[in-house]
Design a binder for this molecule. Structure first.
Ligand code: FRU
Length: 483
């Protein structure tokens, strides 16, 4: 029920965080927190899927299962190119949290694979890190070129700290420094990630850390800091809170290891507040689309920008397009697929015709829209009666409003208005990916992103454009069905 078309889900049962994202020998690996026995959290180990293109995934057997009273909680994978660990050149090395179910303890464990992730062996010397704490988890490991060392970040969730460790063999780890508390601290800290990105001719660092509750709309959420890292200590540009995503369903984002020339991440598209109740079966939990990351200097300082990976354009099928079109107070209905519309691909496009309501006959599509602001106080898209994606020119906010009807009744905090401040001069650019039960909105070329689950029953709904108290110009609107 409600299975997406172009987002990763397992055939059945529960998933949460992506783990160990890595690229090796032409293959992308996606590991993830997985309960192979049911569709609520429990019996957690690492599930595994592979893909050649980040779009089509093949599910493989469990990589690191729950065994001997130890759940394999979140962590990361690195390619050991120089055989620093002694497990073989190009071995895949996983560092993950052993969550001990018989006593209150979390320790960091190592497992390795010399057959492209198909089978995993637990290191005999585990744990590789134990500080005797009940909450100490989610190791992220990477190679630091300048100091020629491996770095591991692990969080102390209740203390709102990221601890940094160094190693030359991935097995023995030496404490280097700590970061935090800083930014948002209303909930526990989880799942750190760190990487550098180009900015104005140099590499600038990004430290991401999620919070388990107390996100900007309640429930869980993600934040990031930008700054400098010398292999020992991270110094943030600012300690204020910067949210990763202004929707409610983008958690535990993790970047791929071993990519050549870009940084790509994806996240669990869910929120701990209601994750175990979402109306899906026999699967539960989906990953976001993969996103390419960059940095940009804005009035608010250095800001993370996220772009849908270009590979997604391969999914584009039929296209509908319109240019220079005024929307007035009368709501306009947009055919997504109508019997009258002659869908074509390529440069010629079918104009969107008139204001007749045409049902959506497709469960996945992409919209790209450029609006020129006129007199309308609010304008945007309406998907059925349940969902609004719009800009409010009075409060200067881009927002998603998902209302409390039908399937969204499963939790009182699911419905709501999720917004980001966005002062605009003239132009609003949106790229929107709508799948069976989610929407991802990239605003102003990725400066703001909103990710939300939705349960609108797409096949019995319509997509409409609207403008309230005035007009707005659509300079360009393209809608692609995604296959
Ligand atoms: C984040 C998290 C991690 C933990 C894992 C357990 O969603 O709580 O901190 O390792 O999920 O499944």
């Amino acid at each position: 029920m409600n299975r997406p078309k172009f987002h990763f889900t397992t055939q059945k049962n529960w998933i949460n965080d992506p783990n160990g994202l890595v690229f090796l020998d032409g293959e992308y690996h996606l590991f993830y927190q997985h309960n192979p026995l049911g569709n609520t959290p429990g019996n957690i180990g690492w599930g595994h899927a592979v893909s050649a293109d980040l779009l089509n995934w093949t599910e493989l057997p469990m990589a690191i299962p729950f065994a001997d009273g130890i759940m394999a909680f979140s962590g990361s994978v690195i390619v050991d190119k120089q055989n620093a660990s002694g497990f073989g050149a190009n071995a895949l090395i996983a560092l993950f949290t052993a969550h001990h179910t018989m006593r209150r303890l979390e320790t960091q464990h190592l497992a390795y694979s010399t057959d492209l992730g198909r089978t995993w062996t637990q290191y005999a010397g585990n744990p590789v890190l134990d500080i005797g704490k009940a909450d100490f988890r989610d190791p992220k490991v990477f190679w630091h070129q300048a100091t020629q060392r491996f770095i591991m970040l692990v969080v102390l969730p209740d203390e709102h700290k990221v601890l940094f460790y160094n190693s030359s063999d991935l097995k023995s780890w030496v404490f280097a420094s700590e970061f935090g508390p800083a930014g948002a601290t209303n909930g526990i800290w989880e799942v750190p990630d760190m990487f550098s990105l180009p900015l104005e001719g140099t590499q600038h660092w990004v430290l991401k850390v999620d919070i388990g509750s107390g996100g900007q709309h309640g429930g869980s959420g993600g934040q990031y800091f930008t700054g400098q890292f010398d292999g020992t200590k991270f110094i943030a540009d600012s300690l204020g809170t910067k949210w990763l995503d202004y929707g409610k369903d983008f958690y535990a984002a993790l970047s791929f290891a071993n990519l050549k020339s870009r940084t790509v991440w994806l996240a669990w598209m869910n929120n701990w507040e209601y994750a175990a109740l979402t109306p899906t079966s026999p699967w539960r939990g989906a990953m976001s689309i993969p996103r390419e990351l960059g940095l940009k200097r804005t009035g608010q300082g250095v800001c993370l920008v996220q772009h849908p990976i270009p590979e997604l354009e391969q999914l584009r099928a039929n296209c509908f397009q319109v240019q220079n079109f005024t929307i007035n107070t009368e709501t306009r209905n947009l055919p997504i697929t109508g019997s009258r519309a002659v869908p074509i691909t390529g440069s010629r496009a079918v104009p969107i015709m008139d204001s007749r309501a045409v049902p959506i006959t497709h469960k996945g599509f992409e919209l790209e829209a450029e609006f020129t602001l006129e007199t309308a106080q609010e304008f945007g898209f309406l998907l059925g009666e349940n969902l609004k994606i719009a800009y409010d020119t009075i409060d200067q906010e881009i927002f998603v409003f998902r209302s409390q009807i039908q399937d969204s009744d499963f939790h009182p905090n699911f419905a709501g208005r999720h917004h980001a401040k966005l002062p605009l001069e003239q132009t609003l650019h949106l790229r929107i990916f709508i799948d069976t039960c989610s929407v991802e909105i990239f605003v102003q070329h990725g400066e703001i992103v909103l990710t939300d689950l939705i349960f609108p029953n797409l096949l019995s709904t319509t997509l409409k454009l609207y403008a309230k108290n005035g007009t707005v110009q659509i300079k360009n609107l393209a809608i692609w069905e995604l296959e």
